[in-house]
Design a protein around this ligand. Structure first.
Ligand code: GAR
Length: 220
């Protein structure tokens, strides 16, 4: 089976990118390699993390394009030039247009810091998600990894993990707990499952297939 080339798209600090890099170092991204990190703005710390790990970093800056659509088309061109098989949105804060989904059908994963279908969709990103969850008074939140479709945060769900909300949590407390206990765990796991061809999408449902018995030669 061909090793899948992964591009991680980022907009900020890149702790989810770091979780992927660490998992790769531990051999937990089976049959996949992080081939590129692409940032939506220059100077973000995620690019520093890529550099430190010897992963090529690129910038496709939103400000250099007149619209999200024009930026999406430039991104698709770059991803195709790099022969990317899987696109991972890891804290990527630009809403991509249909061109991306059509270029990579069921081959884009996004991590969202809540249990979809709660606290998701337009306007729910970063710390805002946790502010809304705390305002609502939920006792449990968590994270979701899903395939990206044309509906914002609406694609088929791959993995979810619940995390308790604690008395007197600030949005920052909840964000950190969800990252540590959920996002950094389920994102590398979902990426590894994809790279092993173990995710089968049937409508809205994602089936997780049993592992294939891959010999060492197959993994080269
Ligand atoms: C993460 O919590 C991620 O789930 C969230 O932004 C944060 C990025 O952190 N993404 C969204 O809200 C997307 N809707 P990171 O840059 O440290 O990985």
């Amino acid at each position: 089976m061909k090793v899948k080339r992964i591009a991680v798209l980022v907009s900020g600090g890149g702790t989810n990118l770091q979780a992927l890099i660490d998992a790769q170092r531990r051999g937990e991204i089976v049959n996949g390699e992080i081939a590129a990190v692409i940032a939506s703005k220059p100077g973000v710390y995620a690019l520093e993390r890529a550099k430190k790990s010897g992963i090529p970093g690129y910038v496709v800056a939103r400000k250099d394009y007149p619209s999200n659509q024009a930026m999406t088309i430039a991104l698709v061109d770059r991803l195709n030039e790099l022969n990317i098989d899987l696109v991972v949105l890891a804290g990527f804060m630009v809403i991509l247009t249909g061109e991306m989904v059509r270029a990579f059908p069921n081959a884009i994963l996004n991590v969202h810091p809540a249990l979809i279908p709660s606290f998701c969709g337009a306007g729910y990103y970063g710390l805002h998600v946790h502010e809304k969850a705390l305002e609502y008074g939920v006792k449990v939140s968590g994270a979701t990894v899903h395939f990206v479709s044309e509906e914002c945060d609406g694609g088929p769900i791959v993995l979810q993990k619940a995390v308790p909300v604690e008395e007197h949590d600030t949005p920052e407390d909840l964000q950190r707990r969800i990252m540590e206990q959920a996002e950094w765990v389920i994102l590398p796991r979902a990426v590894s499952l994809f790279c092993q061809n173990r995710l089968r999408v049937e409508g809205r449902i994602v089936r997780i297939l049993k592992p294939l018995n891959l010999s060492k030669e197959c993994l080269q």
